[in-house]
Design a binder for this molecule. Structure first.
Ligand code: HMG
Ligand code: MG
Length: 295
């Protein structure tokens, strides 16, 4: 492996939990700046219920407002057909369904059981594929659940396998609350890859306990080649209290370039973007590289 594909989460996972309403113009500028940094996959918005996640209520304005860059995939979360139809109308290039390895988190996050979520996704996958749109499937709580604690790797593998068999083109494995450690991450991945080819798997690690980079290094060593991250380490999940953002994209790029792996990302520009959005949100930059960088 000589390159890694990064999937940028800042505009969606990063902003969904911000307490103050972020204007659509700022979200649009963030997406455009991230594309200029060389990021080719950007999760730009989320077509969920505005009652559940008010910050994403302007998803259509954001997706339709972006000045698109050729070669960049702009994706969105779609929990059901209503979300998919709105995302397609707004021009999403790719969509994502999301469920969990633990029942209680699934109930809190999308108000249904894991089995019900999979049934709900069936028509979503059908329609998306009819329209030629790729579908990503997220499994949350793969290394721990805020309500159930430890999650057996076999439980993660079962849900990931079901999403794959339903037709998801890629499965992203979410350490939603960042409690994983490298050995656990390897055990989880070893179980999941029995069900889903490794090339279809992405790591989506939150950095709540400062373990995300170590966990990423562990799964990179196993051959995983798709990483989700969020500029300036923005984010958290509204239904996982206390969880902080995804691992910072700047820190991941610094690690990958240090390992001699290509990302196509201009780190100077990325650091500038992380500083800009932190200022816009009036919050501390969550990227260590972003704080230290002085080139
Ligand atoms: P529900 O209340 O069971 O659904 O919510 P419902 O079908 O009864 O609908 C309730 C209301 O929402 C209705 O409106 C619907 O029209 C509306 P009302 O009649 O009351 O006025 N509605 C919608 N509106 C806009 N877009 C839609 C939509 N669907 C229904 N798509 C539902 C079920 C799934 C909708 C809700 O639970 C929900 O939106 N949940 C989303 C929660 C969420 O976004 N969480 C964060 C993202 S997941 C995450 O961060 C984890 C991840 O990063 C990976 C990781 O880190 O682990 C991906
Ligand atoms: Mg997440």
């Amino acid at each position: 492996m000589d390159s890694v594909r990064l999937v940028e989460m800042g505009p969606r996972d990063g902003l969904q939990n911000e307490p103050a309403r972020v204007p659509a113009a700022v979200k649009i500028e963030l997406v455009e700046r991230l594309a200029e940094c060389g990021l080719t996959h950007i999760e730009a918005a989320s077509f969920v219920s505005p009652k559940w996640v008010p910050q994403m209520a302007d998803a259509s304005d954001v997706l339709t407002g972006i000045c698109r860059r050729e070669g960049v995939v702009y994706s969105a979360l779609t929990p059901n057909l209503k979300g998919l139809e709105a995302a397609l109308a707004a021009g999403a290039d790719e969509v994502a369904v999301f469920t969990a390895a633990s029942e209680r988190f699934c109930q809190k996050n999308i108000n249904c059981s894991v089995a019900e979520s999979l049934a709900r996704f069936t028509p979503v996958l059908q329609l998306a594929h009819e329209r030629g749109v790729r579908v990503r499937g997220y499994v949350s709580t793969v290394l721990g659940c805020p309500y159930e604690g430890d999650i057996p790797p076999a439980a993660v593998a079962r849900v990931a396998g079901e999403l794959y068999r339903l037709g998801c083109d890629e499965i992203s494995l979410g350490d939603t609350i960042g409690t994983g450690t490298p050995k656990k991450a390897i055990a989880m991945l070893s179980a999941v890859r029995q069900e889903v080819p490794l090339v279809r798997l992405a790591a989506h690690f939150h950095d709540t306990y400062g373990q995300a980079l170590a966990n990423l290094y562990a799964v990179l060593e196993q051959g995983l080649g798709i990483i989700d991250s969020s500029v300036a380490g923005l984010g958290g999940c509204p239904y996982a209290r206390g969880a902080t953002g995804n691992v910072a994209t700047e820190d991941v790029v610094y690690l990958l370039h240090g390992l001699g792996l290509e990302t196509g990302v201009d780190l100077n520009q990325l650091v500038a973007t992380g500083r800009w959005i932190s200022q816009q949100l009036d919050r501390e930059n969550g990227s260590k590289t972003g704080r230290a960088w002085n080139k």
